[in-house]
Design a protein around this ligand. Structure first.
Ligand code: AMP
Length: 122
């Protein structure tokens, strides 16, 4: 597994070196609007700890960090009023998933018909 790159864009956001459009924060989690939204609601939920990917996070994070991330996603969905119409949560891990930023993050998509679940390049 790749080691954590301290210069990735989300690390810079967490250090306050570049701004973000924050929607939620607690001891373990930061969430902000995606800079290039794919849907009317497109929120990124990230752990404050240094985890490269879902593989890293799921295997190395504490139970408290994992619980906090999913609780935060649930709170954000309710606060944004997207539960009734529905939403999609997605995490890209590694090359085949086209993960661009090597700091684990959940995407929350909502606000329109989200279409088919996935369109793979076979
Ligand atoms: P992924 O391909 O899963 O790694 O997704 C990375 C996401 O980060 C993309 O949806 C980008 O639009 C988003 N992104 C990149 N830089 C920023 C930034 N400075 N603020 C908010 N979102 C960003």
């Amino acid at each position: 597994m790749a080691s954590y790159d301290d210069n990735n864009v989300f690390a810079k956001i967490l250090r306050g070196e570049i701004p973000c459009d924050k929607v939620y924060e607690d001891d373990h989690v930061l969430a902000f609007n995606d800079i290039n939204p794919q849907t009317p609601t497109h929120v990124l939920v990230i752990p404050k700890g240094q985890y490269v990917s879902s593989d890293d996070f799921f295997n190395e994070a504490s139970d408290a960090e994992i619980a906090a991330l999913f609780r935060a996603a649930g709170k954000i969905a309710r606060e944004r009023g997207i539960v009734a119409d529905g939403y999609r949560i997605l995490a890209n891990c590694g090359r085949d998933a086209h993960q661009e930023v090597p700091h684990f993050h959940l995407h929350i998509f909502a606000g329109c018909d989200l279409g088919i679940m996935i369109r793979p390049n076979r």
